[in-house]
Design a protein around this ligand. Structure first.
Ligand code: T3D
Length: 263
């Protein structure tokens, strides 16, 4: 598939996906969704990939759905946005969560509507200080989708989730860190270098162990303690049979740096 709305590359174990409609703040069209789906399928199928970066081109990260596609002439049939969610946003959020590797989101500018919640679906979110998060749905008569009603209360608690979702106010990147919505924010000029350092780290990390860690943490949201202890036992048993665990122990014993293969 040719990509017009995204940039995508795989190199040295790192997949980079950039939303690339900067004049529309990288808002999503059906075509962009199809391209992102295709790229994520390639990430999933390529066993050399050990980390995925999601970011945006230009001054914004993503402004959610392209609203130019949603204007309805008076008297015309409204777009079935439930169908759009089923076809586009739900599979996207689930695909990001299911990827068996860390997904790093570099929020380079404003993240609004579904754009904010797609960022929250990623595993580690690093934002530029000038970036912001806006549950813009309240401004146009919708509710937070793309997982917003799931992620927000879990990340920042019910009171702040309600405030963000009902008011649709802009949350600065620094406040987002303070509230526990995202991992960290850095000066704008440091975003690329900070993110690159993290990508290089993950490209040499024990990928299967990280995939199991991600899976266990995500399962915890719906599990009892006992069920979760079982999850940990079963995943740990598999990891204990892996090359990276052997290498980790050997490197520790020999007092050298480990060379993980991700196997
Ligand atoms: O429909 C379905 O399938 C269901 C799913 C829904 C998911 C959703 O995401 S609904 C929420 C949609 N998003 C929004 O409501 C956000 C709309 N955008 C904004 O509120 C503002 O643009 C921002 C607060 C994000 C940024 O403001 P600002 O002042 O920095 O930039 P701007 O001037 O508003 O935007 C720059 C350009 O991008 C501008 O175009 P222009 O005037 O230069 O030609 C603006 O129209 C365009 N743009 C920004 N967001 C969108 C957009 N164009 C289309 N769709 C957008 N979402």
């Amino acid at each position: 598939m040719n990509y017009d709305s995204i940039l995508f590359s795989i190199d040295g174990g790192i997949a980079r996906l950039t939303l690339n409609r900067p004049d529309r703040l990288n808002s999503f069209t059906d075509a962009m969704h199809a391209e992102v789906r295709d790229a994520l399928a390639r990430v999933r199928a390529d066993t050399s990939v050990r980390v995925l970066l999601l970011t945006g081109a230009g001054r914004g990260f993503c402004a959610g759905q392209d609203l130019a596609d949603r204007a309805v002439a008076p008297g015309a049939e409204p777009v079935d946005i439930g169908a759009s969610i089923e076809r586009n946003y739900k599979p996207l959020v689930l695909a990001l969560r299911a990827l068996p590797l860390p997904v790093v989101c570099a929020v380079n500018g404003v993240a609004a509507g579904a754009g904010a919640n797609i960022a929250l679906a990623c595993d580690i979110v690093i934002a530029a200080k000038s970036a912001s998060f806006i549950q813009a749905f309240a401004r146009i008569g919708l509710l937070p989708d793309a997982g917003g009603t799931y992620f927000l209360p879990r990340l920042v608690g019910s009171a702040r989730a309600m405030g963000l979702a009902l008011l649709g106010d802009k949350l600065s990147a620094e406040q987002a860190v303070e509230w526990g919505l995202i991992w960290k924010c850095v000066d704008d000029a440091e975003l690329a270098g900070t993110v690159d350092g993290m990508l290089q780290h993950f490209a040499g990390a024990p990928t299967r162990g990280l995939a199991a860690t991600k899976r266990a943490l995500l399962l915890a949201a719906g599990n009892t303690l006992e069920a979760q202890l079982d999850v940990e036992r079963d995943l740990q048993r598999e990891l204990g049979r892996g090359d990276d665990y052997c290498e980790g122990v050997a490197a520790f014993t020999a007092k050298r740096s480990p060379r993980f293969t991700g196997k």
